[in-house]
Design a protein around this ligand. Structure first.
Ligand code: F6P
Length: 548
């Protein structure tokens, strides 16, 4: 059954939130703390190895109750059941959204179109496990009898970002294989990667759910041509494998059926790292680590599915986005991991969040009259402190930020880790408290400045504070905790889509540019001109053609 469709702004809860917002919008976080001694404890959720502190957000217990009331009025519980039970909730594409089934245990049952998909999921996992073990142990030999040293993942969007982010984030757990990712149709990208590779010891994993994506097929074709410059045709089966739903097209490309790792259309591209799309992860980290990643995600699935809303991490986190986006008119959210390992995390979440909830038509097909998906951006701390934090502290925009940190560092250098984490804590505190005029003046007292200079400088040194942050503190970065963290954001995306009454699992907006690029490519290749372009585009095309 499809998800219900209600314009959230027509609900009683929304109206209550609006009047509550008027009473809270100018309150300072400092005052909220001063007036409630239990605030920090009451607005913190401790679950497994996660400590999630929501208390530095511009909310009270009443705000949370009202937001939870909104979720209940919009039947979030029912939507969650439909999500986990394989209902066709991606109605515009006529599909279930069942990536959670990919990490469900063997004995569970998830029915999509009346068929229990779990046995099929575990069959593919076994294939991934066997192949991983053969490659990692060196038993899988290339055509000339040498073991594999390098793995190249060829894919784009969800067929690249997830595996690339996970492999990079978990590089501490990596084995001896060197992993590379080719995604951009920019020929310089694949050339830079293959230039140092030995075709005799390289395995290419072509990942494309549809096996129609221009970037991936162009890269796969060019790389195969480069491979065949030095290797015979029979070598292809030892060096090329593919992940796709489109088995026929993979075979037409020239890959043996035995080398195809199938996936299903009920797995969305941006949620597919848990499917065979994660083959490169398994190869890079070993199957056990890959399995732990999935297990972590499953634990978060269970938390999300069963926990009451007021102690449910993805639910509260999603409701906070709604609060800032729709009441405070905040347009963006920053993701700031205090670990260099999560360098690619915000980039990965950009696809997950913005491709999912960048929609302006509701589930009834009407244009929405409220804001939906937020802009997502971020970089690891402390680097980002020296880049864009100035704007968060003293700019004109309200930017709620998630701070993600780990209690233990992986190499155990306590000295550095304490410095790193002291910056995390200091930033959330500074963003909240800011610095008052009195504090600025007190600081000036210590310096020998004239009163005139002090008066001039004071306005620039004041920080208003009251900038909201959510602090996620996790015991240690492991495959399991990363699985939980990714799944947390996946469920947050789902909850937001339910509240905003939009379809989060299609991506028609990406298609228009693809279609136009195809017809312009024809013009570039065939010396054709088209009268359909606007003058600006036509001039650009002409300039390019005349100067290339
Ligand atoms: O960017 C649009 C998109 O369809 C994504 O949703 C998807 O992850 C990506 O293209 C790649 O698609 P495919 O795996 O079919 O090559």
């Amino acid at each position: 059954m499809a998800l219900k469709a209600t314009n959230p702004t027509t609900t009683d809860s929304w109206k209550k939130l609006q009047s509550h917002f008027e009473s809270i919008k100018s309150k300072h976080l400092k005052d909220l703390f001063n007036s409630d001694a239990k605030r920090a404890d009451e607005l913190t959720i401790k679950w497994d190895d996660f400590y999630v502190d929501f208390s530095k957000n511009r909310i009270t217990k009443e705000t949370l109750d009202l937001l939870i009331g909104l979720a209940s009025e919009l039947d979030l519980k029912d939507a969650i059941s439909k999500y986990f039970e394989g209902d066709i909730i991606n109605a515009t594409e006529g599909r279930a959204v069942s990536h959670t089934a990919l990490r469900a245990p063997k004995n569970s049952k998830v029915f999509v179109d009346g068929v229990n998909v779990i046995p099929g999921v575990h069959e593919v996992k076994e294939k991934i496990e066997n192949f991983t073990n053969l490659v990692v142990s060196g038993s899988h030999k290339g055509f000339t009898g040498k073991s594999i040293t390098d793995v190249v993942n060829i894919g784009i969007g969800g067929s690249d970002l997830g595996p690339a982010m996970v492999v990079d984030s978990l590089q501490y757990y990596k084995n001896h294989l060197t992993t590379h990712f080719v995604s951009n149709v920019d020929g310089d990208h694949y050339n830079e990667i293959i230039k140092n590779l030995n075709p005799e010891t390289t395995l290419f994993v072509i990942v494309s759910k549809t096996f129609t994506t221009q970037e991936t097929l162009s890269n796969a074709n060019s790389i195969r041509a480069w491979f065949l410059e030095s290797q015979p045709q029979e070598a292809v089966s030892k060096h090329f494998v593919a992940v796709s739903t489109n088995i026929d097209s993979v075979k037409t490309f020239g890959i043996d059926e035995a080398n195809i790792f199938p996936m299903k259309d009920w797995v969305g591209g941006r949620f597919s790292l848990w499917s065979a799309v994660g083959l490169s992860i398994s190869l890079a980290l070993g199957y056990d680590n890959y399995e732990n990643l999935l297990e972590g995600a499953h634990k978060m699935d269970e938390h999300f599915r069963t926990e009451d809303f007021d102690t449910n991490i993805p639910v509260i986190s999603a409701l906070l986005t709604v609060w800032y986006n729709n009441f405070f008119n905040a347009e963006s959210e920053a993701i700031i991991p205090y670990t260099q390992y999560l360098n690619q995390f915000a980039t990965y979440l950009q696809q997950g969040i913005m491709e999912s909830n960048g929609k302006s038509v509701d589930r009834d097909g009407n244009k929405v009259n409220y804001e939906t998906g937020t802009l997502i951006w971020g970089e690891p701390g402390t680097n980002s402190q020296h880049a864009f934090f100035q704007l968060i502290h003293q700019g004109t925009k309200l930017i709620p930020a998630d701070f993600i940190g780990f209690v233990e560092s992986l190499y155990g250098n306590k000295n550095h880790h304490d410095k790193l984490m002291s910056n995390y804590f200091a930033q959330t505190e500074a963003l909240m408290n800011g610095k008052t005029e009195a504090e600025v003046l007190a600081e000036f007292k210590e310096q020998s400045l004239s009163q005139g200079d002090i008066n001039k400088l004071v306005p620039f040194k004041i920080f208003e504070g009251n900038k909201p942050t959510t602090s996620l503190l996790i015991k240690k970065l492991t495959p399991e905790s990363l699985g939980k963290l990714i799944a947390m954001y996946e469920h947050k995306i789902f909850v937001q889509g339910v509240i905003w009454n939009i379809y989060s699992y299609d991506q028609f907006g990406v298609e228009l540019g693809k279609q136009l690029a195809k017809s312009i490519l024809k013009e570039l290749n065939e010396n054709e001109t088209s009268s359909n372009h606007d003058d600006s585009t036509q001039n650009l095309v002409n300039f390019y053609k005349n100067n290339r």
